[in-house]
Ligand binder design. Structure first.
Ligand SMILES: [Fe+2]
Length: 234
C-alpha cells in the first residue's frame, strides 16, 4: 500500500510516514482577541475546572453558532483538515471525491501555573489539532531549547520509534530511532493538525499571560458514501 513517490536509492523503501500539518492563520490578529474575550467570559460563566488548568466542554461550535470569529477559525481548521487528509490519502482517494469535514468536537484550554497535559491520544476522529490563540511565554522556537532553556508550554508528539527505544538494543545502526519526537512551538495563530492516534503531550506552562489554545476533533466524510474496508488490498 505504501508507495514512495521519490526514492534516492531504489533498493531502499522508506515506509509509512507520519503526516503533520503546521501553518499560520492569516486572520489571527483580528480573530484571536475576540476569541480571548469569548473564552474568558465562558470560563467565568461555566467554572467547571481549576482556572489555571481550564478546559471547556467540546461543544463550542454549537453553543456559539453566531460568533463570527469562532466560525471563521472553524472554517480555517476545516480547510486545514482537508489539506492534510488529501495529502495523506493521495494514493487512496478518487479524483472526483466529494469530501466533507465534520468538526465533531472543539474546545478551548487556558493554562498557567505549570499546568500540563500528560501524554494521550484522541479517539472517535481521524484528525485532531491545536490552534494557539495566545502563546504567552511559551517556548516559541527550537533555537531557545538549543540555548539550554527548559521547554515551556510546547506540544510534543511521539512517533513509533519511541516504542523501540526503552530496553532495546542501541548501537550506531539504529541511532536513527532517537528521532522519536517532534515539537510544535506555540505562536499566536499557529495551527498544528495531526493523526488523532499520535501520542502527544502539552509541556508545563508558566508565564505572565495564560497560554490559551483551541483543540478539536475532525471526522472526514465521503459525501458519496463510503464503506470502510478492513484491509487495503485492492
Ligand atoms: Fe490532545
Amino acid at each position: 500500500m505504501a508507495k514512495n513517490k521519490t526514492r534516492a536509492n531504489p533498493n531502499i523503501h522508506q515506509l509509512w510516514p507520519t503526516t503533520v500539518l503546521s501553518k499560520r492563520f492569516a486572520h489571527h490578529q483580528k480573530v484571536n482577541p475576540a476569541l480571548l474575550d469569548l473564552f474568558y467570559q465562558h470560563r467565568e460563566n461555566e467554572r467547571r475546572a481549576s482556572a489555571k488548568s481550564y478546559a471547556s466542554n467540546d461543544d463550542l461550535l454549537e453553543k456559539y453558532q453566531e460568533h463570527t470569529e469562532l466560525q471563521e477559525l472553524a472554517n480555517f481548521i476545516r480547510a486545514g483538515v482537508f489539506e492534510i487528509a488529501k495529502e495523506a490519502n493521495a494514493n487512496c482517494w478518487q479524483q472526483d471525491d466529494k469530501v466533507k469535514i465534520n468538526l465533531t468536537g472543539l474546545w478551548f484550554q487556558i493554562t498557567n501555573g505549570h499546568a500540563f497535559h500528560e501524554t494521550h491520544t484522541h479517539g472517535n476522529c481521524s484528525w485532531s489539532g491545536v490552534y494557539y490563540v495566545r502563546a504567552g511565554d511559551s517556548t516559541s522556537s527550537p533555537d531557545l531549547l538549543q540555548q539550554g532553556n527548559e521547554p515551556n508550554g510546547i506540544t510534543r508528539f511521539y512517533g513509533p520509534h519511541m516504542e523501540h527505544m526503552a530496553g532495546g538494543h542501541g548501537d550506531y545502526g539504529n541511532y536513527y530511532l532517537h528521532d522519536s519526537s517532534w515539537d510544535s512551538y506555540p505562536n499566536d495563530g499557529g495551527l498544528t493538525i495531526f493523526p488523532a492516534h499520535l501520542k502527544h503531550m502539552a509541556f508545563p506552562y508558566n508565564g505572565e499571560e495564560d497560554r490559551v489554545i483551541v483543540s478539536f476533533h475532525a471526522q472526514v466524510i465521503n459525501a458519496k458514501g463510503f464503506k470502510y474496508g478492513y484491509g487495503m488490498a485492492n
